[in-house]
Design a protein around this ligand. Structure first.
Ligand code: 13P
Length: 207
């Protein structure tokens, strides 16, 4: 779906699911997400040591593991390069202004992590502080990462980030932006807590 929607090109992006306390299933490095077979997936432990699958893990596995370490409530992480949201990330513009009610309810806000070289601890250093409070983060000059309690939900958050970025791009062109006011945002943040679509199911204990 990431590939079909154009959120990744070539072998871009990576996906993982937390299967157990010390077990993560993920996409291997350098594979087209639109052409994978189940047997291509790899298993790793929470330290990133491989314990299943014949291919090498994603080069960005560290980012996925960091999300799992900081968020016991999540079970899936998706990283992609959707063009409009990545355009915002490349322009250094966060999606934090409250422009559309639905985005406030879904995300609160979507921050921008400063640039860190991919596949290094620099990237984790920039993303880490944002992970506890955000399910979607723009990565400057790189892409987007989302997480959720299951894989479909993490994917749909990616879809919603890109859709929202498109709306903001149009609004900026038509401009000036008319952000919601503090009182409107306060009400939406309250609604966010009870909205069914944000309900986190009780997840089975990790074994
Ligand atoms: P991997 O193929 O190593 O998962 O990396 C893809 C990518 O999108 C890097 O940003």
């Amino acid at each position: 779906m990431l590939h079909q929607c154009g959120f990744v090109a070539g072998c871009d992006g990576n996906i993982s699911v937390r299967m157990g306390r010390n077990l993560v299933l993920g996409t291997p490095t350098a594979i087209c997400k639109g052409m994978m077979e189940p047997g291509d997936l790899v298993l790793v432990d929470m330290e990133g040591r491989q314990n299943g699958g014949g291919r090498s893990p994603s080069s960005e596995l560290g980012m996925h593991l960091l999300y799992y370490q900081s968020r016991p409530d999540i079970r899936a992480v998706v990283h992609a390069h959707p063009p409009t949201a990545t355009g915002f990330a490349a322009a250094g513009i966060a999606l934090e202004e409250p422009i559309v009610a639905e985005a406030v309810i879904t995300f609160g806000s979507i921050p921008l992590a400063a640039y860190g070289t991919p596949v290094t601890s620099e990237l984790s250093a920039e993303l880490g502080p944002l992970m506890p409070n955000h399910d979607a983060i723009l990565m400057a000059n790189h892409g987007v990462v989302t997480c959720s309690h299951d894989l479909l939900s993490a994917y749909m958050k990616m879809e919603k980030v890109e859709h929202y970025a498109r709306i903001v791009a149009v609004a900026r062109q038509l401009g000036p932006l008319k952000p919601l006011n503090d009182e409107q945002v306060r009400k939406l943040m309250k609604a966010r807590l009870s909205y069914e679509g944000n309900r986190i199911p009780v997840l089975p204990e990790l074994e």
